[in-house]
Design a binder for this molecule. Structure first.
Ligand code: NAI
Length: 286
């Protein structure tokens, strides 16, 4: 049978999560997505109304099918973690079972197991502030939404992942090199995500035969990236300085993710794989 993938962090057809879903679907996987609760209605209605039909097209001409969309907020592990004001918020009270533990229980109930887990989400409320001006709460929120969210998703999903399964997250080179403007503790959060990739590769590999890798992606004009504010500059910088002078497409990251999730990558785990037109290899701008 085909593999089953759960992709956390799909709210429109512009981001890396959508592109990874498409590449996995093109390779024959069944697609389940986790959509951030406040964006659930707009995503589902756009999907239903055919707004994404053009971008659902796969190389063979068929349209990507999303078997099920689960509301998800990956900063909460279970209902006891959810503060009263969030529970009462209209955008949240309209949906249910969206904490990590509840989503995994629902997937288990609906499908039994999965083969592939993709984490394509990040959030840093103070991303536009330099680290020196970041508050403790802003920093911890960035790490909670962007790093621990992966630990939590893998922790809850790994018991229902088939041996030989794989998980993939998305990181950014600001974890290891100075990228002014990527603030609010987001650089710290990506450093944690990369370190956790190694430790979790060991733990999930030994215990469950599941592989854990992360893709360090180049700049993409996604909704999240536009919110940071310097994405056009980063794209121009990459075109000017990277070994490959072309704009990076989300599809190229999707295809790398499909490779990493497949048996072709059966010996690759604990790795940070650059999909960035080679920009990471440069020592100076040219
Ligand atoms: P995106 O906006 O398509 O994806 C981010 C997603 O995270 C959104 O769907 C948002 O709804 C979701 N999200 C935020 N908080 C959440 C929460 N608490 N629970 C569940 N979902 C939540 O943007 P993009 O850029 O495709 O981001 C995907 C990943 O790629 C992120 O990890 C990002 O840091 C990474 N990345 C992006 C780069 C870029 O230039 N766009 C470069 C390198 C890495």
């Amino acid at each position: 049978r085909g593999k089953r993938a759960f992709i956390a962090g799909v709210s429109d057809d512009n981001g890396y999560g959508w592109a990874i879903a498409k590449s996995l679907a093109a390779a024959g996987a069944e697609i389940l997505v986790g959509t951030w609760v406040p964006t659930l209605n707009i995503f589902e209605s756009s999907l239903r109304r055919g707004k994404f039909d053009e971008s659902r097209k796969l190389p063979d001409g068929s349209l990507m099918e999303i078997t099920k969309v689960y509301p998800l907020d990956a900063v909460y592990d279970n209902p006891e973690d959810v503060p009263e004001d969030v529970k009462a918020n209209k955008r949240y009270s309209g949906s249910s079972n969206w904490t990590v533990q509840e989503v995994v229980e629902a997937v288990k109930h609906d499908f039994g197991n999965i083969d592939i887990l993709v984490h394509s989400l990040a959030n840093g409320p103070e991303v536009s502030k330099p680290l020196l001006e970041t508050s403790r709460n802003g920093y911890l929120a960035a790490v909670s939404a962007s790093s621990y969210s992966f630990v939590s998703l893998l922790k809850h999903f790994v018991p229902i992942m088939n041996p030989g399964g794989a998980s993939i997250s998305l990181t950014y080179i600001a974890s290891e090199r100075i990228i002014p403007g990527y603030g609010g503790g987001m650089s710290s959060a990506k450093a944690a995500l990369e370190s956790d990739t190694r430790v979790l590769a060991f733990e999930a590999g030994r215990k469950h035969k599941v592989r854990v890798n992360t893709i360090s992606a180049g700049p993409l004009r996604s909704r999240a990236a536009k919110a940071i504010g310097f994405i056009d500059m980063m794209i121009d910088y990459s075109s000017a300085n990277a070994p490959l002078q072309k704009e990076l497409s989300a599809e190229e990251v999707g295809n790398a993710a499909a490779f990493l999730a497949s048996p072709l990558a059966s010996a690759i785990t604990g790795a940070v794989v650059y999909v960035d037109n080679g920009l990471n290899a440069m020592g100076v701008g040219v």
